[in-house]
Design a protein around this ligand. Structure first.
Ligand SMILES: Cc1cc2nc3c(=O)[nH]c(=O)nc-3n(C[C@H](O)[C@H](O)[C@H](O)COP(=O)(O)OP(=O)(O)OC[C@H]3O[C@@H](n4cnc5c(N)ncnc54)[C@H](O)[C@@H]3O)c2cc1C
Length: 449
């Protein structure tokens, strides 16, 4: 009944795929990853992801201990405050967050490209870049073959779709599993942190995460991303000896150019953007963001103009439709490939990591002889689908992520905005409510096992 030495093919070297590759390697299971990007620094133009307890637990379990320590050392400085501000940078609410003493039970601010470099460490020998998956074939002998755009192929015992929202594997395997436009668009920008840009924002914003509730249905979020290295990749003074030693010997630092920055994302209903916004880039896209924010504080608008033009990225927010159960086989899926969610709750990457951990545990049990490979896949899917789609729904219901949200309606929108500001204002002033809000921020565990 055991599955001796299966070989696992993973399509996509994103957050979930690379975490799974580590976990399988640790479990002694042979793995190969195929990624369409041509090299390890392509794509993933920088925006921040928050990795909470669910993601950290998965990383701690799947990564070798020293690499998990490196992951922690590469996170940006933890936010001290969660702020809510108006478009005029007036503070509506500010919550003091707890210092992050625990490596897992906290929210880590991570730059996506840095996370990719961490996750490539120690598995780069099994990651094949410039291999765009096109289709697969399942054979009667139980093997599955993946075919790539360059004419090559690879055969294994299990094919894992970790190829994100527009998954080509899903299109073939579950053609009825579709995503839909949530009706909002984000424009993400990355602004170098300099003496000038630092001075453009109030002290609490400088030290935290800040939600911008703007009038006229335009919202924003601002993250300060400060790392333990400077622009020359030298470790900054004051970094503890252990972290400094880890970072000095970490090869990932030479592959990535991320330095201290302000991550400013603005979003609104898609209908407020020009029809060709998804094709716009650079200064042209920054102009779109400026046109949407005419009444924003001049400092916020100056930040937009000081962004690295190449980092400006339009993101059409999509969400998965529920999928009826399917019969498990030698193809399975994880992360955005099966349950794309809006950024509303900030748990898409965490859920992809949770999937990776769970699938890895199941495959390890198959190898140990507890169940067949197919049963392991079925057990993984039976758990993953309910929690994955629960996160999809919660994320969509978060205020402002759907284009149908009343926030974006002409008159009602104004009331919705006042209601949201009022909620945060009262919550931050009443000690009991404030404590509960901070507890929730730190311990949102709806995404736990
Ligand atoms: C603005 C924004 C903010 C977000 N913030 C957060 C947050 O704070 N916390 C959080 O948990 N989540 C967040 N998310 C969600 C998170 O980014 C995703 O859920 C997460 O990256 C999904 O991981 P994944 O491994 O499934 O897919 P991805 O990380 O998207 O990886 C998919 C990989 O597959 C590759 N690929 C695609 N097609 C092919 C092919 N045909 N052949 C080969 N390779 C292919 C891609 O190049 C990519 O490398 C945010 C998302 C957005 C848009």
């Amino acid at each position: 009944m055991s599955t001796p030495a299966p070989h696992v093919l993973i399509i996509g070297a994103g957050t979930g795929g690379l975490c799974l590759a580590h976990g399988l390697r640790r479990a002694g299971i042979s793995v190969a990853v195929y990624e369409r990007h041509r090299h390890r620094a392509e794509g993933l133009l920088g925006y921040r992801v928050g990795i909470g307890p669910t993601g950290s637990r998965a990383l701690r379990e799947c990564l070798p201990p020293e690499l998990f320590a490196t992951f922690l050392a590469t996170c940006a400085r933890p936010p001290r405050y969660f702020n809510v501000v108006t478009q005029g940078l007036r503070q509506t609410a500010s919550f003091e967050l707890r210092p992050d003493a625990d490596p897992v039970h906290t929210e880590h601010s991570v730059a996506r490209m840095v996370l990719r470099q961490v996750l490539l460490t120690g598995v780069d020998d099994v990651v094949h870049f410039d291999r765009t998956f096109v289709r697969y074939e399942q054979r009667d002998d139980g093997t599955v073959t993946a075919y790539f755009a360059d004419g090559t192929s690879a055969t294994g015992d299990l094919l894992v779709a970790a190829d994100g929202t527009h998954s080509a594997v899903r299109r073939q395997y579950l053609p009825h599993a579709v995503t839909r436009d949530a009706g909002t668009i984000n424009v993400a920008t990355r602004i170098p942190l300099t003496a000038r840009t630092r001075d453009l924002v109030p002290e609490r914003v400088r030290q935290g995460i800040s939600l911008i509730f703007g009038t006229g249905g335009t919202m924003g979020v601002l993250h300060m991303m400060e790392f333990k290295w400077d622009a020359e990749r030298a470790i900054k003074p004051g970094v503890g000896d252990a972290d400094a030693a880890l970072l000095r010997q970490w090869p990932g630092l030479t592959h990535d150019t991320t330095t201290d920055n302000i991550n400013l994302i603005i979003w609104s209903a898609a209908r407020r953007f020009p029809a060709d916004v998804m094709q716009r880039r650079g200064e042209d896209l920054v102009r779109v963001a400026l046109d949407l924010t005419p009444n924003w504080h001049p400092h916020l608008r100056e930040l937009l103009t000081r962004g690295e033009p190449d980092s400006a990225l339009p993101i059409k927010v999509t969400t998965s439709e529920p999928v009826p159960p399917w019969k498990s086989s030698t193809v399975t899926l994880l992360g955005d490939a099966i349950h794309t969610m809006t950024p509303g709750r900030g748990v898409g990457a965490n859920t992809a990591l949770r999937d990776a951990r769970l699938l890895c545990q199941q495959l390890a049990r198959a190898v140990a002889g507890d169940k067949t490979l197919l049963q392991a896949v079925a057990d993984y899917e039976a758990a993953m689908v309910p929690y994955g789609f629960a996160r999809v729904i919660e994320s969509l219901n978060r205020s402002g992520t759907s284009g149908d949200d009343r926030m974006y309606r002409p008159v009602v929108g104004r009331l919705a905005l006042l209601g949201a500001r009022g909620y945060f204002g009262v919550t931050s002033r009443v000690p009991r409510l404030r404590r509960r809000f901070v507890d929730d921020f730190h311990t949102y565990e709806g995404d736990q096992d």
